[in-house]
Design a protein around this ligand. Structure first.
Ligand SMILES: [Ca+2]
Ligand SMILES: [Ca+2]
Length: 688
């Protein structure tokens, strides 16, 4: 936990490092969320991500626009500030918060109460249009507030345009596509030991489930909807449910991974597969409170959500294992909620065992499972997916499909031994996946193995390992690249050590092997990983090491320490004109390339030296190779803090590196004419 007093010391330190005071505080603004109820908006975000590639490569050969300028390559011409969507505000108040202070904040922000998320103490508020980001700091400044964030968006994680479905699969009648996922994860051998137990409930937090489907109807228990009707109007949740636990050996349709497990449908995504982080969090809490032992999360969103993090923690504390999709963006990163350590994070592989091209990957990956051309149940009535897929049964691809394979394996494990904790189920799945000992950034611990997992569920060994953290030591101060290390011991053998800071795995898991594996720089010591402290601002941190043995038993150890790096500030200036003239362009972009990954604070300030009927807005951008943040404003400065990261040449970003820039847009939609000139100052501060 980051003490509030330290946080503000830190803010002040950064503020003094910059060239100007924070006159505008669009703190969370760079993380533009996409709302749940507009199917067009995800396309906007995708356009920005794709544009980042164009922008960064454009650094070398920037077009010399003259006269009436084209829009810069990174900025779609028809996006204005008003179209950067916002979500609701999610606030968690401290337990000792005074009602009068809470009331004062709500009144000052003109916030309307929407709901409380039961169990985790998070309140959802609706702000006047355009005010959510501006209100973040109002709440953050209060001692009554533990955290505040803008609600983010999530989507299902299947790949409807996957090439496997443009040919034979898309036109095949149901029954013509053989299942391959159960065989690939050795489920038939597991079924010789157990086919699951109806008392083991797998919650499908998704678009709903067709509860009348002949392969699902007998499996449904409980359930709820956070979006009105619980009926699956998209088709995704029904497909996911069938993969995990379709009725099996009933001479009908498909087999599920856990044939006799029960399914709890929890609807949080709409008829287009979109929803909000807050509804997902509420769905997780509901499932944990109502007896689910496994919570399938075949969904993801790009924004970091503390609300989702504590909902996952809540589930684990209530002995329910969240299983989450890594995402389908081809990237070395995890979407939410797979980003958080409390979720078992699942990537996808194809029929050859290779990582599916679309599957996200990287150090957050725990395991992989079949996610290409996975045949399962579809709603028996028309839904959105019926436009491109068949009713009743069809095959889909995505990490959405890989995730319920793992949920089904978790169901088999718990059916064999319901006394296992959520952490032990996770440990068993990881210890029995792949080759049983190694980790890499492409497939994590490897392909899950239901047969080995069910065998391990009997637990011949119940003695947990000792963690024995070596570094950092309690109370120590660390800087730059630092080695996290443990020396686990166990009666039968340690399997791996996870290094967790800020709720997510950092570095790679420590294993017994010396030399490391995968694309990351090799670790030369056992049970250790390299940690980039420059990814974090100075201040206290808690390092938690989780040691797992080969039977899935686990122990954790907390080590409080502090980060202390010195900071570097880069200042860039330009005089810009719109429309551009000879010698005066309308935007500038600059490469910034530390040779390490670093958290960064970007400020853009400008002063108009001429303004003649000018109706444009200023935009600023930061691209770090893997993604682009962009923001528009009509105010006099833009400030990103906290939360942006510069890529290093040796880290998990593309070789394209980072760039920062700013420019002046031509028009606010629907208005034209006018001109302006301004002096721009960009300051970028980051640990060195
Ligand atoms: Ca069946
Ligand atoms: Ca042991």
């Amino acid at each position: 936990m980051f003490p509030k007093s330290t946080f503000f010391q830190l803010l002040d330190h950064i503020r003094s490092a910059g060239s100007r005071a924070l006159s505008s505080r669009l703190m969370a603004g760079a993380r533009a969320p996409i709302t749940a109820d507009n199917g067009r908006r995800p396309l906007v975000l995708l356009a920005l991500v794709a544009a980042a590639l164009v922008l960064t490569s454009g650094l070398i050969d920037r077009p010399g626009a003259k006269g009436e300028p084209p829009d810069p390559p990174s900025v779609p011409s028809d996006i204005t500030e008003e179209e950067v969507p916002e979500g609701d505000l999610l606030v968690k108040f401290r337990p000792d918060a005074q009602p009068s202070e809470i009331g004062r904040l709500h009144a000052a922000a003109n916030a309307a109460f929407i709901s409380d998320i039961a169990g985790i103490g998070v309140t959802r508020l609706r702000l006047p249009p355009g005010q959510a980001h501006a209100s973040v700091e109002l709440y953050r400044a209060s001692e009554a507030v533990e955290f505040v964030e803008v609600d983010g968006a999530v989507q299902t994680q299947f790949s409807p345009n996957d090439p496997y479905y443009t040919g034979a699969y898309a036109t095949t009648r149901f029954g013509n596509i053989a299942q391959w996922a159960p065989q690939a994860v050795s489920a038939p051998a597991a079924w010789d030991i157990t086919q699951g137990d109806p008392s083991v409930v797998i919650a499908v937090v998704d678009t709903g489930v067709d509860t009348q489907h002949p392969d699902l109807a007998a499996k449904i228990v409980g359930g709820t909807s956070f979006l009105g009707s619980g009926k699956d109007q998209f088709g995704h949740g029904t497909h996911v449910a069938g993969i995990a636990a379709a009725a099996t050996n009933n001479s009908t349709g498909v087999a599920g991974i856990c044939p006799r497990c029960s399914i709890m449908p929890v609807r949080v995504l709409d008829a287009n597969g979109n929803g909000s982080m807050s509804d997902v969090a509420a769905g997780i809490v509901y499932a944990a409170n109502n007896g689910a032992r496994v919570i399938n999360l075949s969904l993801g969103g790009p924004s970091t959500s503390q609300t989702l993090r504590i909902a996952l923690d809540y589930a684990v504390a209530h002995n329910a294992l969240p299983v989450a999709a890594m995402g389908n963006t081809y990237m070395p990163q995890a979407m939410e909620p797979a980003y958080w350590y409390s979720a078992l994070s699942v990537g996808a592989v194809d029929q050859t065992g290779a990582k599916a091209d679309f599957s996200n990957y990287g150090a957050k990956t725990d395991v992989v499972a079949p996610g290409v051309a996975v045949l399962s149940t579809m709603p028996t009535y028309p839904v959105t997916l019926s436009q491109t897929y068949q009713q009743n049964y069809d095959a889909l691809s995505g990490t959405s499909m890989a995730t319920p394979v793992v949920s089904g394996v978790a169901g088999l494990i718990l059916s064999r031994n319901p006394a296992l904790t959520a952490g032990q189920v996770k440990g068993i799945i990881e210890a029995t996946a792949g080759d049983g000992k190694s980790f890499n950034t492409t497939t994590g611990f490897g392909l899950v193995n239901a047969s080995k997992a069910v065998a391990a569920a009997a637990q011949a060994d119940t003695t947990p390992p000792a963690v024995n953290v070596v570094s950092p030591t309690v109370g120590s101060t660390v800087s730059k690249l630092f080695t996290l290390q443990a020396a686990p011991t166990d009666n039968t053998g340690a399997h791996h050590v996870d290094f967790v800071i800020g709720g997510t795995r950092v570095g790679l898991p420590g294993t017994s092997s010396v030399g490391g594996a995968g694309k990351k720089p090799a670790s030369t010591i056992a049970w250790a990983t390299q940690w980039e402290s420059q990814r974090y601002w100075n201040g206290p941190q808690t390092f938690t090491a989780f040691a797992f043995d080969t039977a899935g038993n686990l122990t954790s150890q907390d080590v409080p320490f502090a980060v202390l790096n010195s900071y570097k500030t880069v200042t860039l200036t330009a005089h810009l004109c719109n429309p551009s003239t000879a010698g005066c362009d309308y935007y500038f972009l600059n490469p910034v390339m530390p040779d390490y990954t670093a958290v960064a604070h970007l400020q853009v300030n400008w002063t108009y030296t001429k303004s003649d009927n000018y109706t444009g807005r200023v935009w600023a951008t930061l691209a770090n190779g893997a993604s682009q943040e962009i923001f528009f404003t009509s105010q006099s400065s833009i400030d990103w803090y906290p939360g942006i990261t510069l890529c290093g040449t040796s880290s998990d970003c593309t070789p394209m590196g980072n760039s920062v820039g700013a420019g002046m847009t031509r028009v606010v939609k629907g208005q034209k004419g006018g001109s302006a000139e301004a002096d721009f100052v960009i300051t970028l501060t980051y640990p060195e």
